[in-house]
Design a protein around this ligand. Structure first.
Ligand code: ZN
Length: 213
């Protein structure tokens, strides 16, 4: 493939839980198919086993294909019309291969919207999302709900993880799906209300793994 013109567009939508991110994705898909006559395909990581649909808070749904690895998207998009719209949700859970897959799809002329969390429950960069944002063409949209602490009016830009109702330790694993173990829950909070026990210890541990050149 030598084509470097007429390439598609890659954009990211960053948002915490309850931000209306799924609604924004469904609306974009609807607009593209209803008004643009473009075929729209939705994908999610298989890890996120909650359901095979992208569901907004007010109940709108889009059927998604669940992918094991990022690169699997190439197989599912092999015979789709050009250009199509490809929408990928919860992309923070995908492996690095998605970074290359979306670039190939963009070179083929498809328009891609990648949505996910840019920060994990510790407030650290989450998986491939920072790289997806770097690859995005013009649009990087960040949408947040209000902080879930009562009386606070700031943006809930960070995912607070609660384990049995208490802020979870930074030393816990990065990926723990809500409802999968103990009593795990997530809620969006602002910088001020984001509480992560052992965060300094976690960052010190990470610092020690950096090998100076
Ligand atoms: Zn707050």
């Amino acid at each position: 493939m030598n084509q470097t013109f007429n390439r598609g567009c890659l954009e990211s939508i960053i948002g915490t839980m309850f931000s209306g991110k799924s609604k924004a994705l469904i609306e974009r898909g609807y607009r593209a198919s209803e008004f643009g006559g473009v075929s729209v395909y939705y994908f999610k990581p298989k890890l996120d086993t909650r359901d095979v649909e992208i569901t907004s808070r007010n109940g709108e749904k889009a059927q998604a294909v669940l992918l094991e690895r990022g690169m699997d998207i190439m197989e599912y998009t092999q015979n789709i019309p050009h250009p199509s719209m490809i929408i990928i949700d919860e992309a923070q859970f995908f492996d690095e291969s998605l970074l290359y897959a979306v670039q190939l799809l963009r070179l083929k002329g498809h328009n891609i919207i990648v949505a996910g969390l840019d920060k994990d429950f510790r407030g650290q960069p989450f998986g491939i999302m920072p790289a997806i944002m770097a690859l995005s063409d013009t649009q990087i949209r960040k949408i947040y709900p209000v902080c879930s602490i009562e009386g606070c009016v700031e943006d809930g830009s960070l995912p607070q993880r609660l384990r049995n109702g208490e802020p979870d330790s930074a030393l816990s694993p990065t990926v723990v799906i809500e409802g999968s173990s103990d009593d795990i829950a997530y809620r969006p909070v602002c910088q001020l209300h984001h509480t992560v026990p052992d965060l300094a210890e976690y960052i010190e541990n990470r610092l020690e793994t950096v090998i100076p050149e």
